[in-house]
Structure formats: structure tokens, C-alpha cells
Design a protein around this ligand. Structure first.
Ligand SMILES: Nc1ncnc2c1ncn2[C@@H]1O[C@H](COP(=O)(O)OP(=O)(O)OP(=O)(O)O)[C@@H](O)[C@H]1O
Ligand SMILES: [Mg+2]
Length: 147
């Protein structure tokens, strides 16, 4: 059974690379309210960075747009991060999520973003529609907090 949401924030920002570090730090600051372990915060920052970068560089092809970010946590310390874009969408989500899969042709990207998101969180869900956009939802249960 899901426990009740204790706290939530929503933000939207321009799909520009310069905002990636802002998004990462903002989610980290919000999650810090739960007094997580340093390594948990590092995992969260990395996962957010991958999802937001994907929205900017793939979803909107570096041409700009709006990225939507919703972050919440429940009373039992489950953090949920949703990154949404209204960009090009993903043709085959299952294929895109395979390690080393990339549509990048510049050689800049390694196709490891989804793999990183998956391994640094407890659950990764990707829903996408071609021409409509992509929603990436990640959940992470934070350790007990009574240290
Ligand atoms: N928000 C998105 N919109 C459209 N396509 C996406 C989106 N996110 C991911 N993709 C597609 O899924 C592929 C795999 O994404 P993933 O993050 O795993 O690797 P990458 O971005 O190509 O490389 P890396 O993350 O290692 O720099 C991308 O190459 C792209 O084709
Ligand atoms: Mg990526």
C-alpha cells in the first residue's frame, strides 16, 4: 500500500543545458529535508542529471522547450522524481533502455543514461509517445533516517 505524500514540489524550466545543474541541486536540496545518507543524495543527483539531460538533448534535440519536474516524498521516506518533456518521444522504449543503446551520432553519448537511472534508484518507469513526449519516473526509498 502506498503511504501518503508528505511534501511535493513542482517546477518547470527551459530545456537548456545550463539548467541541468540547477535541477540536480534543487532536487537534492528538497530530498535533503529527509536527512538522507550522502551516497543516497549523490545517487539522486546523478539520476536527475541523466533524466534532465535526456529531456534537453533528446526530447527537445537541444532546440529548447519546457522541462517539467515533480518531486515528492511520502511519510515512509519514498522519494519520487518525475521528469517530463513534450518533445519528440521515444519510438521503442524497451530498446532505448538497453545498456549502450543510443541514437546519438556525434560519439558524445554512451547510451548509459537509463542504465544509470535504473541502478541509482529503486524503480524506473518510462512512458513515451512519439511526437508527444516522454515521462520518466524514478522512485527511491531512503534509509531509515534515525541515525
Ligand atoms: N526524453 C527523451 N526523449 C526522446 N528520446 C529519448 C529521451 N530519453 C532518452 N531517449 C532516447 O533513448 C536513448 C538512450 O538514452 P540514454 O540516456 O540511456 O543514453 P544516451 O542519452 O544516448 O547516452 P548517455 O546518457 O550515456 O549520454 C537516447 O539515445 C535517445 O534516443
Ligand atoms: Mg542520456
Amino acid at each position: 500500500m502506498k503511504t501518503k505524500v508528505q511534501n511535493v514540489f513542482r517546477a518547470q524550466f527551459s530545456a537548456k543545458s545550463i539548467n541541468e545543474s540547477w535541477a540536480r541541486q534543487t532536487v537534492s536540496a528538497f530530498a535533503a529535508q529527509l536527512d538522507p545518507e550522502i551516497v543516497e543524495l549523490a545517487d539522486i543527483r546523478t539520476a536527475v542529471s541523466e533524466a534532465v539531460t535526456n529531456a534537453i538533448v533528446h526530447g527537445y534535440k537541444n532546440e529548447g522547450g519546457t522541462v517539467y519536474l515533480t518531486v515528492s516524498y511520502t511519510y515512509d521516506r519514498v522519494l519520487t522524481i518525475a521528469v517530463r518533456d513534450k518533445g519528440c518521444g521515444i519510438e521503442d522504449v524497451r530498446a532505448a533502455m538497453q545498456p549502450l543503446f543510443t541514437t546519438d551520432t556525434t560519439g558524445e553519448r554512451g547510451g548509459m543514461g537509463f542504465t544509470i537511472m535504473k541502478s541509482f534508484t529503486d524503480k524506473l518507469r518510462v512512458t513515451s509517445r512519439l511526437g508527444k513526449g516522454t515521462l520518466v519516473t524514478m522512485t527511491k526509498r531512503l534509509s531509515s533516517g534515525d541515525r
